[in-house]
Ligand binder design. Structure first.
Ligand code: GDP
Ligand code: MN
Length: 383
């Protein structure tokens, strides 16, 4: 789950990372009230889950209530790279002497955590990486050993931050790494990390991606989730305990196992279709699970055909077929369905399905044939 900047700053603050005081506003009047609280000058910041807000006109300084009114009015409703601004964050403006960059992520190929620091912050870090890779200092961190104060200082020295910023920046790195690990994040990024004219270092922006697999350890994340904009289909799938990712196409997909689900997306693409989703029902394909999966796919207005791709392993084919048939009895399905059933007792399973076949429910023996049929059905339904 991606957090909004202000949520990321709230998360940072728990780990002792210095951030500016401020408040959220969803109307112009609220923005003025928050500005009065924070104390002028303030910065009015669009809260959208996409970078480059500054360049898009979503970040404005204001010294008076009138200026806040003006900027808040312009920014609310603004479209920033496909994201409409519905919420503002108003914070006391900082004086900036220097802008730096700091982040932690997981480097999967190295099986280590990766820390990045640069003295060239504020701007797009990808651009810095392209123009001058040597301007970004890196450190691989053994997750078991963690990041020592000494290693953090070494990284800051290597990145060549200004002398007066180094101690403060190293402290922030240690706190940010704790936030990354103990806070179960996939990514923490501060851009810019600033040095103020009076020699203080603090986080002016916050990008945080939480690792959803760790949600069970963090009941407090629910408050973030309430606000963060979730795909309604994904919300529905999450409530039903399904592994679901929403996509843009017309062919709804149900498969058992993440690997098979991904191959199914590939095959549908290969035969000229567009998948509407990734949905892994896991090991079992009981009537309960199938009904839940079909309900989620049904809620997707774009879906024109459904492709159920099940490979029987421990779950036998006839159990899968019975599950599908029972689910169909429970849910009023809007689109035609193609089923490919293979693996353990596939023959028995197909025999059960055969009794229920119709124009809107067909079975195909192979994945490619089933995908073709589903894509044809989707195209016919669209016309
Ligand atoms: P982004 O464009 O989405 O990354 O948004 P940021 O929060 O990083 O803000 C973009 C830029 O706006 C920063 O790099 C700063 O140069 C500027 N900015 C943001 N907050 C302040 C502030 O409090 N004071 C000043 N002077 N500039 C700010
Ligand atoms: Mn930024």
């Amino acid at each position: 789950m991606d957090l909004f900047e202000y949520q990321g700053k709230q998360y940072f603050a728990r780990y002792g990372i210095p951030v500016s005081a401020g408040g959220v506003a969803v109307t112009v009047d609220e923005a003025v009230a928050q500005a009065e609280q924070a104390g002028y000058p303030v910065v009015v910041k669009a809260q959208v889950q996409v970078g480059g807000r500054g360049k898009a006109g979503g970040i404005k300084l204001a010294s008076t209530a009138d200026e806040v009114r003006h900027h808040a009015g312009n920014i609310l409703g603004l479209d920033i790279r496909g994201h409409t601004v519905e919420r503002l964050w108003i914070e006391h403006a900082s004086d900036i002497k220097k802008e730096y960059y700091a982040s932690f992520t997981l480097d999967r190929s190295a099986k280590k955590h990766l820390g990045l620091v640069s003295a060239r912050g504020g701007i797009d870090i990808e651009q810095v990486a392209e123009e001058d890779p040597s301007a970004i200092s890196r450190i691989h961190i053994d997750p078991v050993e963690g990041l020592s104060a000494q290693a953090a200082r070494g990284l800051v020295d290597q990145a060549g931050l200004d002398e007066e910023a180094r101690a403060g920046a190293a402290d922030i790195l240690v706190a940010l790494y704790r936030c990354f690990v103990e806070g179960d994040c996939d990514l923490v990024e501060i851009n810019p990390l600033i040095l103020t004219p009076d020699g203080k270092v603090h986080a002016l922006d916050a990008k945080v991606t939480l690792d959803d697999n760790a949600a069970f350890r963090h009941p407090e994340w629910d408050e973030f989730r309430g606000v963060a904009k979730m795909d309604p289909r994904e919300e529905m799938a999450r409530e039903r305990g399904l592994q679901y990712v929403g996509l843009d196409g017309e062919v709804g997909i149900i498969a058992n196992g993440a690997g098979l689900a991904m191959s199914t997306l590939d095959v549908v693409n290969q035969v000229g279709g567009k998948p509407a989703n990734f949905l892994d029902v896991g090991g079992g394909a009981s009537a309960e699970v199938m009904a839940n999966a079909l309900e989620v796919i049904n809620s997707d207005e774009k879906v024109r055909a459904i492709f159920i791709n099940i490979f029987g392993g421990i779950t036998r084919g006839e159990a899968v077929a019975n599950g599908i048939v029972q689910a169909l009895g429970r849910v009023q399905i809007k689109s035609p369905i193609v089923i490919r059933l293979d693996g353990t007792n596939a023959e028995e399973g197909r025999a059960i399905l055969k009794e229920h076949e119709s124009e809107r429910l067909v079975s195909r023996p192979t994945m490619v044939e089933a995908a073709r049929t589903a894509v044809e059905m989707a195209k016919r339904a669209t016309r």
